[in-house]
Design a protein around this ligand. Sequence first.
Ligand code: GDP
Length: 535
Amino acid sequence: MSNEIEREILEAVQKRRNFAIISHPDAGKTTLTEKLLLYGGAIHQAGAVKARRDQRKATSDWMEMEKQRGISITSTVLQFAYRNFQINLLDTPGHQDFSEDTYRTLAAADNAVMLIDAAKGLEPQTRKLFEVCRLRGLPIFTFVNKMDRPGREPLELLDEIEQELGLKTYAVNWPIGMGDLFKGVYSRRQKAIHLFERRSHGSQQAQEDVIKLGDPKIEEYLEQELYYQFKEDLEILEELGDDLDLDQVHAGKMTPIFFGSAMTNFGVQLFLEAFLEYALKPEGRNSSVGVLDPTHPEFTGFVFKLQANMDPKHRDRVAFVRVCTGKFEKDMTVSHARTGKTVRLSRPQKLFAQDRASIEEAYGGDVIGLNNPGVFAIGDTIYSGKKLEYEGIPCFSPEMFSYIKNPNPSKFKQFQKGIKELREEGAIQIMYSTDEFRRDPILAAVGQLQFEVVQFRLLSEYGVETNLEPLPYSLARWVKGGWKALEKAGRIFNTIIVKDNWGRPVLLFKNQWGLQQVNSDNPDLKLDVIAPVGA
Ligand code: GDP
């Protein structure tokens, strides 16, 4: 490998920053994404994000949409440039298409931006996604949105994050007033106030007026009361708050916090600039041959998401690969660790909304979409050079469970095949009752959409009509130490025991209360929210 290529890879990796936004529906993810793209000079793309959302919201019949469009509507990565950075924003499916893919996307992300509605604080979907980020040790950056509307006290929001998520906080900027009285934010980096102008910057980059802290003009802009309140808050932050510690940020223990209003495009650029400076660049990943730095000269990557086309006439699949090391080039030939086969990566795609753009090259931190004629499964490693494998992507606790039944005995084989293939592809988790007379598979999902997709695909691809029989559980935990540990624990109440696809015991609970009961009744029983990787 020539020095020139090594230098090229090093430069590319240093420029790259990759992140996903975690939020609850309606916090403003689409709006923020759009505004971030604006700063990347991708104004035409900014409109596309909104168009996609409106389209999605406008129709409840998601399958019908997939069919009509003939392609998949879920975008996966938005790549844009800002200053000297190349940014990859990984889209985390939310709303009605919340699924295991949402969690898996976080396995391909290096940083997470936690977007919070100032009036609502932490909400359920954000908490769930945060837990996954915590398991991965991802750095979390917090953007408190909708400051132009009445919201909760900023100090109270910081406190909520510290108390409930166990994260230290560092406010990088601080709001002055809120709602009708929102005057702007104070940048602690610049020691200056950015004044908020109450007009929509819909499609333009905001030009902000800035005044330095000691400037007497401040009083012209801020009423006395607001100014004193702001000085008081600032004193509290400086005296009682922690200092910014990037090591802790990178370890996922401290979150830098930003305030703004995505809709009016206020505070977005301040956020972006600080984020790019503080965010983790693509880092080494653990593999079967040890930690591989992204500058490792050979190309390697892993599949984190598979997307099936819902149109039976175009049954292509796209496998999304997180590039980990080296340089990806169109038409390159790589090895596939699980099967030992050689694969030519001939039609790489970069997906932006509905436009599939073909790409020529990619580096550590990028995501590529590969046409997947059934070769890839979630977690698969591809590599050039010496054999290696990345750690797989774990299964997270499903929250919805349902028996799936095939009422037609003559379709038995197709049904079995369909269930097996859809499971292998990662569309759904499959569990079984411990009652040997109950052979129907249990579908286990994190979102309702996954059930619909499975039924739809069993019918359209395997010709099997199925019925669901929902089960009243909402949590699953894997038992550390397997059946032996379970036997030792003796009789357990408030749960049922099922087997996962590999025959390992899983406890299902109706609610958090049931789980807490089992934990307190059986202190020696260790339960895990993620399945052990691999069979
Ligand atoms: P998503 O569901 O998280 O993608 O949220 P959207 O971006 O679709 O935003 C949800 C709603 O909140 C929309 O009506 C937005 O116009 C609105 N919204 C987003 N950001 C702001 C903001 O900063 N201020 C106000 N007042 N509304 C906002």
